[in-house]
Design a protein around this ligand. Structure first.
Ligand SMILES: *Cc1c(COP(=O)(O)O)cnc(C)c1O
Length: 383
C-alpha cells in the first residue's frame, strides 16, 4: 500500500508541493551573466547551499528562477568586502568604532604609491647604506614638536608599553592615583605596567596628589615617573595635582626620567582654532623627558603611536627588542609622513587635514548638511 488512492471526485485539491529541481538543472538554466560573473564552480556551490537550506527549512519550495536568484544574491553578498566605507553620521569626528581619523587624499596616494612598488623603507638613497625606517618621519616629528628624537610603533598603547619596558623594567614606576585610568575597554594603566615588567608605585589620592607625594616615593628603585592624560574623564571639585614644572625639576634633580602619556597629543594649539584646549606635544615636552601620543586621534593620520623626547631615552626605546615586535609597516610611514608635511603649512592645515576641518566646521554648515542628508537616510532606515 502506498497511501490512499486519489479521489477523482475531490473538489479544490491542495496544490501538490513543488519538488526541488536537481542542482544540474538549476545550474544549467542559470543566467549566463551570473555564470560569467561568479564562475560555474562558485555558482554551483551557491545553488547547493540554497537547496540545502530549502531542504532543512521544510517550507514551500520557490520556483527555479527564485532559487537561482537566491544563489546570485548569496554570491553578491559574499563579494562585498567585510571592511568597507560607511557614512559616519554620529557627530563624533574621531570615532574608534568607525575607523578614527580620515586621511587626506595626499596621504592615501602616498600609501598607494609605496604599496605597489618597491620603496626605500630601510635604505638610505644618499649613502647607499642600510637605513632606519623611522628616518622617514623622525626629523619632521622633531621639527614639529621640539623633540630631540622619535620612534613610531603600532599604536599609542604600544608606545606606552614600550616606554615602560625600555625605561623601567623590574623597577618602580611612580604614578598619581588620580591617573590610573582605563582608556576604552582593555587598556588600563596598572595592567600595562605589569605586562611591561614594571612595579606600580601609586602616590597621592584619587583627587589630590602633591609634589611631596612624588618626592617621598622617588628612590633607588624608581625607574620612571609617569603622567597620564585623563583623556575621557575629569576629576572636579577639591582637587590638586603637582605643578608640572616643579615635578619635572624634581625628577631631573633625582635623575629619574619623566614620561607623559598624552593620548591624543595635538601638534597645534586647538584653542587658536576655537576648540577646547588640549596639551600640545611641544608644550608637554617642556615639562617631560618623553611623551607618547596617538597617530590617529587629533594628529589626524593613521593608527600608530609616537614616542618623542630626549635623545638618550629614545635611543634606549629604539634598542628595546619589543620595538621590533611593535614596529609599523611602510604604509603607515607613508601616510604619517604625508600628514606631518601638512603641518609645515599651518595656514592651510584647516583646509587640508580632514580631522581639523571636521572638528572646526561651523554649526550652520553641520545643520545644513544634516537637513540635506535626512531624507536619503530616512529612506534607507527602518521606521
Ligand atoms: C587613546 C589613549 C591611549 C591608547 O592609544 P591608542 O592609539 O588607541 O592605542 C593611551 N593613553 C591615553 C591617555 C589615551 O588617551
Amino acid at each position: 500500500m502506498n497511501g490512499p488512492a486519489p479521489t477523482p471526485q475531490a473538489v479544490d485539491p491542495a496544490p501538490s508541493p513543488r519538488r526541488i529541481p536537481s542542482v544540474e538543472r538549476l545550474v544549467g538554466g542559470a543566467p549566463p551573466a551570473d555564470l560569467e560573473t561568479y564562475g560555474r564552480t562558485a555558482f554551483t556551490d551557491a545553488i547547493r547551499a540554497v537547496v540545502a537550506g530549502l531542504r532543512a527549512g521544510g517550507g514551500p519550495v520557490p520556483d527555479a528562477a527564485a532559487i537561482r536568484a537566491a544563489a546570485s544574491a548569496r554570491l553578491a553578498a559574499e563579494r562585498r568586502p567585510s571592511l568597507r566605507p560607511v557614512l559616519n553620521l554620529t557627530g563624533t569626528v574621531l570615532h574608534t568604532n568607525l575607523g578614527r581619523a580620515l586621511l587626506p587624499r595626499s596621504a592615501a596616494e602616498a600609501v598607494a604609491a609605496v604599496m605597489v612598488q618597491a620603496s626605500n623603507l630601510e635604505f638610505d638613497l644618499e649613502t647607499g647604506a642600510r637605513g632606519e625606517r623611522d628616518d622617514h618621519v623622525e626629523a619632521l616629528i622633531c621639527r614639529l614638536t621640539g623633540a630631540e628624537a622619535a620612534v613610531v610603533v603600532n599604536n599609542n598603547a604600544a608606545a606606552v608599553l614600550l616606554v615602560l619596558n625600555a625605561l623601567a623594567m623590574r623597577r618602580e614606576v611612580v604614578v598619581s592615583r588620580g591617573e590610573l585610568v582605563e582608556i576604552g575597554g582593555s587598556f588600563r594603566v596598572p595592567d600595562v605596567m605589569v605586562r611591561a615588567g614594571c612595579r606600580l608605585r601609586e602616590v597621592g589620592t584619587t583627587n589630590r596628589t602633591h609634589l611631596r607625594d612624588y618626592a617621598e616615593a622617588l628612590g633607588p628603585r624608581t625607574g620612571l615617573v609617569m603622567k597620564v592624560h585623563p583623556s575621557n574623564y575629569a576629576i572636579a571639585g577639591f582637587t590638586a595635582a603637582a605643578d608640572p614644572v616643579a615635578l619635572h625639576a624634581l625628577c631631573r634633580e633625582r635623575g629619574v626620567p619623566l614620561a607623559d602619556d598624552l593620548g591624543s597629543g595635538s601638534l597645534v594649539d586647538l584653542a587658536a582654532h576655537g576648540l577646547p584646549p588640549e596639551p600640545t606635544v611641544r608644550a608637554a615636552l617642556e615639562r617631560a623627558d618623553v611623551v607618547t601620543f596617538s597617530g590617529d586621534k587629533l594628529l589626524g593620520a593613521v593608527q600608530c603611536g609616537i614616542v618623542a623626547g630626549r635623545r638618550d631615552l629614545i635611543a634606549r626605546v629604539r634598542k628595546n627588542p619589543l620595538k621590533r615586535a611593535l614596529r609599523v609597516d611602510k604604509m603607515t610611514y607613508a601616510a604619517l609622513e604625508a600628514v606631518l608635511r601638512l603641518y609645515l603649512h599651518p595656514e592651510r592645515l584647516r583646509a587640508e587635514l580632514p580631522t581639523l576641518r571636521l572638528l572646526t566646521r561651523a554649526r550652520d554648515a553641520i545643520a545644513a548638511q544634516a537637513e540635506r542628508l535626512a531624507p536619503a537616510v530616512a529612506e534607507r532606515l527602518p521606521p
